[in-house]
Write a protein that binds this ligand. Sequence first.
Ligand SMILES: C[S@@+](CC[C@H](N)C(=O)[O-])C[C@H]1O[C@@H](n2cnc3c(N)ncnc32)[C@H](O)[C@@H]1O
Length: 424
Amino acid sequence: MREKYKIASLFSGCGGLDLGFIKAGFEVIWANDFFKEAVETYKLNIGDHIVYGDITKINSSEIPNDFDILLGGFPCQGFSVANVKRSMEDERNFLYKELLRLIKDKQPKFFVGENVKGLLSMQQGKVIKMIIEDFKSLGYNVEYRLLKASDYGVPQNRERVVIIGNRLGLKNPFPEKSHGLVNDLFNNSLKPYVSVKDVVGHLANIRTRDKSFELENKIIYNHLARTNVADKFWGRKHKVNQHDICDYLKYWRDRSGWSTKKVDEHFGYAHTAGHWFRKDNNSGSIPNPKDWWELKKILGFDDKYDKAVTELELKEIKFEQSLRINNWELPSDTITATGPEIHPNRERRMSVRECAIIQTFPDDFIFTGSLGNMHKQIGNAVPVLLAQKIAEVIKIELDEYEKSNKKTSGTTQADRKTRAKVFE
Ligand SMILES: C[S@@+](CC[C@H](N)C(=O)[O-])C[C@H]1O[C@@H](n2cnc3c(N)ncnc32)[C@H](O)[C@@H]1O
């Protein structure tokens, strides 16, 4: 049997999905993302095989051929099947097509896609149908399931759509639930759900800090947290379209002759201005009012968006979205890519390390980048343990396939010995 099955990974982020497969005994030979900080984190903890860049600009010939599985938690913002024009505007809609392209060009034995639960209800189910049909048209058996991470021992009720396909004529394996309610009458073999307290209780009263420190003979990394726990914030009064504003600023920057680098230098920023002039991916941003007025001085733009960008008002933070108190004695709510929940001690939000632990990243997995960027990497990730459970069942299928295939092609040692005897 083969030592390690090989993987190529798209939309790898900081590597939650990849790490789960590695823990199950797979080898990732190529990975990709265009989120710089996530790529740095990936390199630091997993390996240098990750390529930084936009996948839509990477030719299939630049990607190795010899892998067994293709992974890809493709982004799906703004999907639309009916309104083609609208969806054409948002190129992210078509990112699953990158997965399709590589399946077609590289013919992996299996592929695994991952997405948010909302994918199932988009356009009354038409989007998932379209995606599955597209994968099937490449000659793959394709199935999808909605998996809840807490059912697999992850201390989090995160639900994700997992799509698995194979071209070997095999069934697509999904892992069996291992955890549940202690008093589940229908399945008493399940272990009890893992709670937030079980995994991060030891950090509850530990001061957050920038640097790593030792606690009970363990080094604690990234135990840093936001301290904004108010229930109001200053937000924009008017609705604004980030794409329009980025386009507008780009136009005025070109007209003024300023380079992005020069704008950054003017403000004393390292990479901020690039986001103001960029609309083609999910990392564009609108300047805050103070920066907007300064930008206006140097680029000399008109008044078109002044009001929209700079008028603020005091807004309530919606309880469910941002102020939820963590389910301390239960699996947590979904760890998101934006603001983490407020810690039960109410003095701070959940720290980067606490979120990472809830996403089942190992304690020595170190995140890099700004606080917001670290939370984004963690919130984007597939829980490592869930990924590992998926990987384990796929590995069983692949092992069995290799075994029976070798038998039929007469290449196992046992078979060779038997045949040798017959001809003796
Ligand atoms: C949901 S996250 C994937 C998380 C990852 N599977 C994990 O478990 O850690 C989606 C990723 O797709 C990346 N992405 C989006 N568009 C991309 C593109 N055009 N090229 C490369 N990466 C892209 C984002 O930067 C983000 O990290």
